[in-house]
Design a protein around this ligand. Structure first.
Ligand SMILES: O=C(CO)COP(=O)(O)O
Length: 210
């Protein structure tokens, strides 16, 4: 893909999140690893529904702005994940309704906030680690994520939202979709007796990939 195509794809996927109600107002941010260790990231305060490809921020790995508008206040955690995990090539951060609702619950299992009950959750995401609450934009979020960068693809920021990574932007977006749907199902099933996947069923899925 050319750089222009990568920018256009980011604008298109961000709009899709916005149109489906996965982000409202100026919430959420997306990024992609470009060549030469540069990162494309959404500008701070921008609506995911109204991005302009020409104004997306391009950063180097030290966080210097090479072109475009001022980057998302969360660019530090995006860079931390790229620096720590060479397989992470795209990141989606959303305040989508069901995952954010989940992030506000007390007593979540910090190692995995959603116990597997559908195969695609296992195949795409695997587990959902919880990051303690810090204010949006806090460098502490970057510190916590960099410590866990090699241990999973999805992280629930307590009282805030979700961070999902992928091998490219389509993969990260599909992972985010799957995760939001899984959180929605978990709320729909609340109070009912769920048949969780067994450890053997989970292992079988992990060995196959998606
Ligand atoms: O979702 C957000 C913070 O967590 C939005 O911040 P930015 O507009 O700076 O990207």
């Amino acid at each position: 893909m050319t750089e222009l195509e990568q920018k256009q794809q980011l604008v298109e996927l961000a709009k899709s999140f916005y149109q489906r109600g996965y982000s409202v107002g100026g919430a959420g941010n997306l990024s992609v690893r470009l060549d030469d260790n540069r990162i494309l990231v959404t500008p701070t305060g921008s609506s995911l529904g109204r991005l302009d490809a020409d104004r997306l921020s391009v950063l180097d790995m030290q966080g210097n702005v090479l072109s475009g508008d001022k980057p998302s206040k969360e660019y530090v955690f995006h860079l931390a994940l790229y620096q720590q995990n060479p397989k992470c090539n795209a990141i989606v951060h959303l305040h989508s309704t069901y995952l954010t609702a989940l992030s506000c619950l007390d007593d979540l299992d910090q190692d995995n906030a959603i116990k597997a009950f559908t195969p695609y959750y296992v195949m795409r995401v695997g587990k959902l680690q919880v990051i303690p609450y810090y204010r949006p934009g806090s460098p502490e979020i970057a510190r916590e994520l960099s410590e866990r960068a090699l241990t999973g693809k999805a992280f629930l920021l307590a009282n805030h939202g979700i961070v999902v990574t992928g091998s490219d932007l389509l993969d990260a977006a599909d992972n985010a979709d799957e995760l939001e749907e899984t959180a929605k199902l978990q709320f729909i099933l609340q109070g009912q007796k769920i048949r969780y996947l067994t450890d053997d069923e989970v292992k079988d899925l992990e060995n196959r990939g998606k």
